[in-house]
Design a protein around this ligand. Sequence first.
Ligand SMILES: NC(=O)c1ccc[n+]([C@@H]2O[C@H](COP(=O)([O-])OP(=O)(O)OC[C@H]3O[C@@H](n4cnc5c(N)ncnc54)[C@H](OP(=O)(O)O)[C@@H]3O)[C@@H](O)[C@H]2O)c1
Length: 278
Amino acid sequence: MVTGATSGIGKATALELARMGATVVMVSRDRARGEAVQSEIKTKSGNDNVELLLADLSSQASIRQLAENFQQRYTQLHVLNNNAGVYMFSRQETVDGLEMTFAVNQLAPFLLTNLLLKVLKAGAPARIVNVSSGMHESAKIDMDDLQSKKRYTFMSAYGQSKLALVMFTYELARRLEGTGVTTNCLHPGFVATNIGQSGVGPAGRAVVKFIFSNFGISPEEGAKTSIYLATSPDVEGVTGKYFVKSIPKRSAAITYDESLQRQLWDECAKLVNLPVKV
Ligand SMILES: NC(=O)c1ccc[n+]([C@@H]2O[C@H](COP(=O)([O-])OP(=O)(O)OC[C@H]3O[C@@H](n4cnc5c(N)ncnc54)[C@H](OP(=O)(O)O)[C@@H]3O)[C@@H](O)[C@H]2O)c1
């Protein structure tokens, strides 16, 4: 399963996994965009086993429905690629009343992964691959303001969400020890995609597009670490690591604070209405 498979890194990842012969479940929030990419991937890969499931990952009800729909069709999941992400220039709230960046970039992977643990364990050896960002390195996490109510800048909200995703990966890896399910996270590089283009006016969009398309690597290049972590025999059994260019790297010092990881887990569980002990 690849979330955010309609564009950029997720689309390139889904295509490559399909080329490798996997049954790929693409997740998209938009039927028309999803169906167009689904048919493109089928044609380019020659693989007909590309399914589309619809979900708006900013809505917890929609995420729960997605997990339900998946489990009605499949009893096992071998790779969950939590790839979808947003970069919001202004503070927006989701239908659940939560800050959008934190909801899509951290709470959606947290909830979706927890809801799919049963099928991941049934599919073991299975892998969870979380797309974080190098921007987590200079970010701070404010446990009293995960919703960025006191202070919002797109950089601080985005950085905090990606820092949280790294910490979630490490905590999850410990909780999954002995299950045959591994989890790692990654920075894909600076990639020419559509990121950052929603929620800005036409001028802002043009600037963002110019910067990313002139200085970014291609989505295919940006997808390489995701594909490596999803498929390579080199990382069989490797878990709880952060990768850049398919090489394990140290993440920000704060991400290794286990008591903070647990605190974050408990806060996220409350925000998505999961029992704290999942
Ligand atoms: N590009 C970079 O330089 C860079 C650097 C570091 C990390 N990343 C991370 O890489 C991941 C992929 O981003 P990208 O660069 O490929 O950007 P992108 O082209 O904008 O793709 C993002 C994907 O996420 C989907 N998405 C966003 N909000 C969603 C929602 N509420 N529900 C369902 N799907 C949603 C988008 O769907 P739509 O097509 O419907 O919009 C799209 O398919 C993100 O997690 C991003 O933070 C990117």
